[in-house]
Design a protein around this ligand. Sequence first.
Ligand code: NAI
Ligand code: MG
Length: 347
Amino acid sequence: MALIAILPGDGIGPEVVAAARQVLDALDLGLTFEEAPVGGAAYRAHGHPLPPATLDLAKRADAVLFGAVGDPEFDNVAREHRPEQAILGLRKELGLFANLRPAKLFAGLEDASALRPEVAAAIDMVIVRELTGDVYFGEKGRGTTADGLREGHDLMRYDEAEVARIARVAFETARTRNHRLCSVDKANVLETSQLWRDVVIEVSADYPDVALTHMYVDNAAMQLVRNPGQFDVIVTGNLFGDILSDQASMCAGSIGMLPSAAINQDRKGLYEPIHGSAPDIAGQGKANPLATILSAAMMLRHSLGEADAADRIEAAVTAALVAGHRTPDLGGTATTQDMTNAVLAAL
Ligand code: NAI
Ligand code: MG
């Protein structure tokens, strides 16, 4: 029987995770749930944002459902005590190198997009972002130049194994969709990107059924706004993926709508909404639970082999939106529980 680690975290985290839990319970899949504190909540209770017992649960579990971490109370404490260290620690400890961020415009939400409705309607893509390499994890430092100027550096680096494994996740993802993969890099300027492109082309030999294209990142940023409908699956490095996926999210409507998966080689994963703990609306029943409910659907599909149940959740979310239910971020007045009830009713 599959074990799910439930890590609600801070702010609206517990509210949206409780909503997703109701949806999972309603599906009656025989899952086991175990909950543990994380982030500021864990720091208050145990003096650490990622206590050993929480990390142990995450390692034992088949999948992790994560809310959000972060609390203004900790704004002025040392970095290693900050709630946000918990999510970085989990990614590192579980080896979650692949970040899947689907961006899709749900029916009826055209007016919520930052793009013209007819352009926004075509958005249906997955950005596959490498999550444990690149400038974020390369050698960093501060120093002084020979001329006495302050200097800072972050090394951009990938090895071929890191590129190959994220490329495989992307090709596999494309196989489950429209068999089109666009690799985004800056190979006209960067050595890392030239290696990236070489390795992606080598891996493509194993996926003759997937049409591979390449695009420079600056052009990709422009194309995401001009004609996002051209993309099916995008694969890119950590830095480019961070920026492009935030851009894509706003093209697809509210931040309260977008789920994500961080997975490793064993398809084990951590599933979370892309938003944070939203302290400005916490405890008021205003949070849109759909990003977390959709993250639970991704968990069922990617880590638990329950694709049918995942499809049912996604169909129920669409039905709730088509029926006109809207939390405040989507311009309505539904509470978190109202929206959850609408999804449950559609299930
Ligand atoms: P945020 O995503 O928490 O909030 C940004 C804005 O979007 C706020 O106005 C908020 O009310 C709104 N919003 C977010 N989620 C929503 C939802 N489900 N429904 C309706 N409105 C929603 O980002 P912010 O304010 O920059 O960060 C707040 C805290 O969250 C910080 O401590 C930050 O470090 C942390 N954070 C944690 C993340 C994680 O746990 N993975 C990711 C991003 C931020
Ligand atoms: Mg980001």
